[in-house]
Ligand binder design. Structure first.
Ligand SMILES: [Zn+2]
Length: 94
């Protein structure tokens, strides 16, 4: 499920309350994001690492596109090594 879907579901839940500010929902989503970053396992990382490295090599905006992956890389030296290795391979085969 992507963030937009979550956003819509939350909006539906709170629909009767028109006074609920979007700001509140955004803050709520930020918290969800934080939780997900902590919960992301190294297995999930590997599934996304290819995409992340490709974005980085092509447009250098991987961090913006996939902030959760970047966050995990900052916390997890094991995945960071994998990332560096993959980046190396991709950059040398261009
Ligand atoms: Zn990891």
């Amino acid at each position: 499920m992507n963030i937009k879907n979550i956003f819509q579901r939350i909006q539906n839940i709170f629909k009767p309350r028109d006074d609920l500010q979007n700001e509140v929902i955004v803050k709520f989503l930020r918290i969800l994001e934080d939780v997900r970053a902590e919960d992301m396992s190294c297995d999930e990382m590997f599934n996304r690492l290819d995409e992340f490295v490709e974005a980085e090599v092509q447009s250098h905006d991987a961090e913006k596109l996939m902030p959760l992956v970047q966050e995990h890389l900052n916390m997890c030296s094991h995945c960071e090594e994998e990332y560096e290795a993959l980046l190396d391979v991709l950059e040398n085969t261009k």
